[in-house]
Design a protein around this ligand. Structure first.
Ligand code: ATP
Length: 366
């Protein structure tokens, strides 16, 4: 068992593409870290470098205190689970899980013990005699995990292991993958492009964009205090609304969004010196859809006039699509807060979305 340290690692492919650019990331022993970002941001390349399947162009990778740059995947003793986990169709579950141990010439008694133990952890004991074709997608996924963990690896690496499963099973398997990782207790690095998966699974989440680390933090910090606009827009579903505006001093201090004015309390500014520093300048204001969400009548103070375009029913709440001046925004509101807007949809009539100055400016000011 070991921690993983990625120190100033860059990967430049032969065609000149810099897939990973000076990445530094430390994963503690026993920690579950998720690498998340849009397609092509360098997630898989990072994982493959940790596994030893891809050479680093520069930088150092360590497991514990040991530099592993020049070690083969086998010497690194990593377990990997990929998106396309091919099980051997002619082998039983037991044989599939034990195959790597057989290749490694582990004696049969020891092999059986370790396969049984992995099957126990994964809840696969009743299925040991089945062939892959007789299993559900989730069960097959667990066999693939079994094959990986039976080797009692130093570190556990997963590349989109749940993306072939249907939505419901994926949610169940998230919890299961975490439970297994906690049980075997090794450092895990998990790649996904799905920010919801990242936020629900990671002890810490590393957000990558164009090969560069944008922020590395626990999910709450990423959500509440995004380090930059990319993270602010990427983390959260539905995505954060981003308003272009300016902070002006007139009779008091106000946030101007287009022609609309929202007064800011002096005490609020005193408590947020980073925001106060921008009075007189342009700002981008980030507002989570659930932080902007009460409809009133036109003319209320500290409110934005908006045109309601569409209301989507989400079950326990509604997602309301509005336009403020020409810019579209999305708001999540409860039934009772939506009432004044009912009947406005499609009619193009104006509603007022109240904006709470305290919440709005602090969530994404740049
Ligand atoms: P996805 O979510 O789509 O799998 P990713 O974040 O895992 O993407 P990578 O597969 O690591 O991204 O790719 C990062 C960048 O490196 C991309 O621009 C990709 O086109 C490029 N790339 C990946 N593999 C190679 C290769 N073998 N040779 C050249 N360029 C490559």
């Amino acid at each position: 068992m070991a921690s993983i340290t990625i120190d100033g690692v860059t990967k430049r492919y032969a065609n000149g593409v810099v897939a990973v650019d000076d990445l530094s990331l430390a994963i503690e022993d026993g920690e579950f870290v998720v690498l998340v970002g849009p397609s092509g941001c360098g997630k898989t390349t990072t994982l493959r470098m940790v596994a030893g399947l891809e050479e680093v162009s520069s930088g150092t990778i360590r497991f514990g205190d040991r530099v592993v740059n020049d070690l083969s995947p086998k010497e690194r003793d990593v377990a990997m689970v990929f998106q396309n986990y091919a099980l051997y169709p002619h082998m039983t579950v037991e044989e599939n899980i034990g195959f790597a141990l057989k290749l490694a010439k582990v004696p049969s008694g020891e092999r059986e013990r370790r396969v049984r133990e992995a099957a126990h952890v994964l809840g696969l004991e009743p299925l040991l005699d089945r062939k892959p074709s007789q299993l559900s997608g989730g069960q097959r996924q667990r066999v693939a995990m079994g094959r990986a963990i039976v080797r009692e690896p130093n570190v556990f690496l997963m590349d989109e292991p749940l993306s072939n499963l249907d939505a419901k099973l994926r949610v169940q398997m998230r919890a299961e993958v975490l439970r297994i990782q906690r049980r075997i207790g090794v450092a895990a690095l998990y790649v996904t492009h799905d920010q919801v998966e990242a936020m629900t699974m990671g002890d810490r989440v590393a957000v990558l964009h164009r090969g560069q680390l944008q922020q590395y933090a626990d999910p709450q910090t990423l959500y509440q205090r995004p380090a930059n606009l990319f993270v602010a827009g990427f983390i959260g579903s539905p995505a954060m609304n981003l308003f272009q505006g300016s902070l002006v001093r007139d009779d008091g201090v106000a946030l101007m969004l287009g022609s609309q004015r929202i007064g800011l309390d002096e005490r609020f500014l005193a408590a947020h010196p980073a925001i106060a520093a921008h009075v007189g300048g342009a700002v981008i204001v980030g507002v989570r859809p659930d932080a902007l969400g009460r409809f009133g009548s036109v003319g209320e103070p500290n409110s934005l006039a908006a045109t309601v375009e569409l209301v989507e029913e989400l079950g326990n709440e509604q997602l309301v699509h509005v336009r403020v001046d020409a810019t579209p925004y999305r708001l999540e509101v409860d039934e009772e807060d939506l009432e004044p807007a009912a009947g406005l949809v499609g009619g193009g009539a104006e509603a007022i979305a109240r904006i709470d100055a305290d919440q709005s400016v602090k969530s994404g000011q740049q």
